[in-house]
Ligand binder design. Structure first.
Ligand code: ZN
Ligand code: ZN
Length: 449
């Protein structure tokens, strides 16, 4: 498997003398399998030069599979300049996570409206197909690709490609689920010792990979003021990758404010940390033009997931109960969820929430931890003691980011634990991930999902 970096910058393209080495183009990685299958991860400005090279090869027709982690600008802005899409006979299959507001085609067409670009998406002569993905195992261009949600203020998927006897994992635009990575009292450096279910799932997803390409936009010093923006630090990546037995890590999505000296310094620090953690992990900062050839090995074990395929959740209107004793927070959340087309009801305290759940079972409960009277933890414990609500998804909101509170939440049986401050897009992405994971067709499904 051949991997080549065409864009390594996050947020906005940053060309200029200060970024000559690591590069100024936004996210784009080319993967070619031994069979000649072409997978392109993200379509930032870096895809422009990749397109030129594909055209220069003179190979006809071109069949490209474009896998978008999500549709923020820095991951799609290069698409209108992907020249193979302008040529009849070529085919472009585009994959991205199923969003909550409009299909993938609708979102991509938006940036090509005449206000922004002279050629509309539906005028492109190549055969273009659109695939809204959810979590699970997919066959993309004949290649086995697993997809799993990341933690970002938008629906965002990470991808794990298994082909040619190697595993390559692309995890770009992701932020740690928890401030504390390790559970107190457990041996650090092992996947089982990871405190938050989300971070543990993230580690499992990259386990035993030959190469992990991971967001590392911030330093640990910068991160506190950039929390909820959806990006990682090199120390989180190195620690989690070492625990997961990853062989090589490419740090990418470099911050536009970091020049080559700064990124080189991040690379030095990340390497030193990797040496401390585990001598086997090789880590480097990706630069434009960097090319890797992953050598096959016979020991590759395919990634398995407990739920290999989840049906689409886009067609169904879910019912969500929001429980919070603070009216401003409750209204803010309810309003955001209603905008995403959920049917929302509200409770102001624990006993009312339990009564409402008993009367009319929701699909998901968004529950505040600290409430006067019965707190969120007591509500979860009551729900988990009843057979009918044992698996009801509960997303807990809390200002308590410490290890004992997080652990108490998971031990009580919360499905996800979201710490304050959070942003609304981050919360709605986590709600949707929860629903996608737990949804099973139910008798009251009215919309034929
Ligand atoms: Zn990005
Ligand atoms: Zn993003």
């Amino acid at each position: 498997m051949k991997v080549r970096f065409w864009g390594t910058r996050g947020s906005i393209a940053t060309p200029g003398p200060g970024t000559n080495h690591f590069g100024g183009n936004t996210s784009c990685v080319e993967v070619t399998t031994a069979n000649g299958d072409l997978l392109i991860f993200d379509c930032g400005t870096g895809v422009h030069r990749l397109a030129a090279e594909l055209m220069a090869k003179g190979k006809k027709p071109i069949h490209a599979n474009i896998l978008l982690g999500h549709t923020h600008w820095d991951h799609i802005q290069g698409f209108p300049f992907f020249v193979p899409a302008f040529i009849k006979g070529n085919s472009v299959a585009i994959y991205a996570p199923e969003g909550s507001r409009g299909s993938l085609q609708h979102v991509l067409a938006g940036q090509m409206e005449y206000t922004y670009f002279p050629i509309a998406l539906n005028q492109l002569p190549a055969t273009i197909t659109y695939h809204d993905l959810t979590e699970g195992i997919h066959d993309i261009g004949g290649v086995r690709v697993a997809a799993q949600f990341l933690n970002h203020p938008a629906m965002t998927l990470g991808y794990r490609v298994e082909a040619d006897g190697v595993a390559m994992v692309y995890l770009v635009d992701h932020e740690p689920f928890s401030d504390e990575l390790w559970r107190a009292g457990a041996e650090p450096g092992r996947i089982e010792s990871i405190l938050h279910d989300g971070d543990r799932r993230h580690a499992h997803f990259m386990a035993d990979a030959d190469l992990v390409i991971h967001d590392a936009q911030y330093t640990p010093e910068e991160y506190p003021s950039k929390k909820t923006w959806g990006h990682s630090t090199y120390d989180y990546v190195v620690q989690i990758a070492a625990a997961a037995g990853v062989r090589q890590v490419a740090l990418t999505h470099h911050d536009p404010g970091h020049d080559d000296h700064f990124v080189a310094d991040i690379e030095r620090k990340a390497r030193a940390l990797a040496l401390e953690r585990d001598g086997g992990l090789d880590v480097f900062c990706a630069h434009e033009g960097c090319e890797l050839v992953l050598q096959p090995r016979s020991t590759l074990k395919p990634f398995v997931t407990a739920a290999p395929f989840q049906a689409s959740v886009a067609q169904r209107r879910f019912r969500i109960l929001v429980v919070d004793d603070q009216s401003d927070m409750r209204l803010l959340i309810s309003h955001a969820l209603e905008e995403d087309q959920y049917i929302v009801s509200e409770a102001t305290n624990g006993p009312d929430a339990l009564r409402m759940i008993d009367e009319h079972m929701p699909d998901l409960v968004v529950l505040d931890y600290k409430m006067t009277g019965m707190d969120g933890l007591a509500v979860v414990k009551t729900l988990r003691a009843e057979a009918t609500t044992r698996t009801l998804p509960v997303l807990m909101l809390t200002g308590m980011t410490d290890e004992p509170s997080t652990r108490a939440g998971f031990e009580a049986g919360v499905t996800d634990y979201v710490t304050k401050p959070f942003s609304i897009p981050q919360l709605t992405a986590r709600v949707r991930a929860c629903l996608a994971r737990t949804h099973r067709p139910q008798p009251h499904d009215g919309c034929g999902s």
